[in-house]
Write a protein that binds this ligand. Structure first.
Ligand code: ADP
Ligand code: MG
Length: 326
């Protein structure tokens, strides 16, 4: 990030944390982040995101593993000596201090004189487009404005690493770490996470995916051929090794499917048709009771298909279906 002074790399080396209550909040996390890279932590509530940020910032001492910033192992350093800026989910502004004093707080704690503090606070408030609000109290600002004050406050200490908790960072992230129950499921670019999910959890948590069951017929260089329980065959990619006769789950994203006229793919009849403006979603119900959804761009007024019409749908390309062991 441009505003971070002298961005440094961050390495998490086998980080594990058990709270005194016994909860294993994060388990054996390894991450290697380059200086200046923007990383998003993604996962359901309770998967360990905030705990990991607090460990990096130094508010929690991890049970096992090391935090390395630049060339230094920082485990023995308190938060104010790590040059890590953190913006908490609830912004945590001091309610009785003015906006300007909130932004200058970290500088005051470092012994910076008042005139310099005020000047720096004004520069940062201008940067987050809150220039005129320095004299107000936090409760006199909207939630979004308070969030920008918290960002300005984190930047005031010129951090080498900036951590933002729950800030919708996915769209701006260079890479995303997906967590589930304290475990790192996958670490990759947003398109790797979306297009080449490594686990069933990532495939279904990020974006939407139909799940159907089947049995592996054969595996070769083109991918894995699967006989679907609902009838029909599909070629898919397998991030984890599978073998002939293995029972598998096949994940198909609705927007990666197309209607086909041969005997490949998932067979059924049209259930519901949902015209959603620029896209149309059709539900397809198979004889065995399973159903999947296909989503298509509605170019040139693509007609809706009538309920009960027999159809087949298959992935637009073999790599767009993914199999996982059942
Ligand atoms: P997230 O930010 O991804 O929602 P957290 O890191 O806050 O998840 O929590 C991870 C797990 O650790 C949860 O099971 C949560 O209940 C537990 N936990 C978080 N903080 C504490 C704490 N101070 N004491 C005990 N357990 C905690
Ligand atoms: Mg959290």
């Amino acid at each position: 990030m441009a505003s971070v002074s002298e961005a440094k790399s961050l390495v998490l080396d086998r980080i594990t944390h058990r709270f005194a209550s016994g909860t294993m909040a994060v388990s054996d996390i390894n991450l290697d982040v380059k200086g200046g890279e923007i990383i998003a932590l993604l996962g359901p509530s309770g998967c360990g995101k905030t705990t990991l940020l607090r460990i990096i910032a130094g508010f929690i001492g991890q049970s096992e593993g090391r935090v390395i910033i630049g060339n230094d192992v920082v485990d023995a350093l308190p938060p104010n000596r790590r040059a890590v800026g953190i913006v908490f989910q609830n912004y945590a502004l001091f309610p009785h201090l003015s906006i300007s004093e909130n932004v200058g707080y970290g500088l005051a704690a470092r012994g910076v004189d008042k005139a310099t503090r005020n000047k720096e606070a004004q520069r940062l408030l201008d940067m987050v487009q809150l220039g005129p609000f320095g004299e107000r109290l936090p409760r006199q600002l909207s939630g979004g404005q308070q969030q920008r004050v918290a960002l300005a406050r984190a930047l005031a200490i010129k951090p080498s690493i900036l951590l933002l908790d729950e800030q919708e960072a996915l769209s701006m992230a260079d890479r995303v770490a997906v967590l589930s129950h304290g475990h790192l499921e996958q670490f990759g670019t947003p398109s790797e996470i979306y297009d080449q999910p490594q686990t069933l959890f990532v495939n279904t948590f990020v974006g939407t995916a139909n799940r159907v069951t089947g049995t592996v017929i054969a595996t070769d260089a083109d991918g894995v051929k699967v006989a679907l329980d609902a009838g029909g065959e599909i070629i898919a990619r397998a991030p984890k090794p599978v073998r002939a006769s293995d029972k598998v789950i096949v994940c198909l994203r609705p927007e990666h499917l197309t209607f086909v006229s041969d005997d490949s793919g998932f067979a059924g009849e049209i259930g519901m048709a949902l015209p959603l403006g620029a896209t149309v979603v059709h539900e397809i119900k198979a004889k065995d009771g399973s159903s999947i959804k296909i989503s298509q761009a509605r170019t040139g007024g693509t007609p809706l298909r009538e309920a009960g019409t027999p159809v087949r749908v298959a992935p637009l390309a073999p790599g767009l279906a993914t199999v996982f062991p059942q």
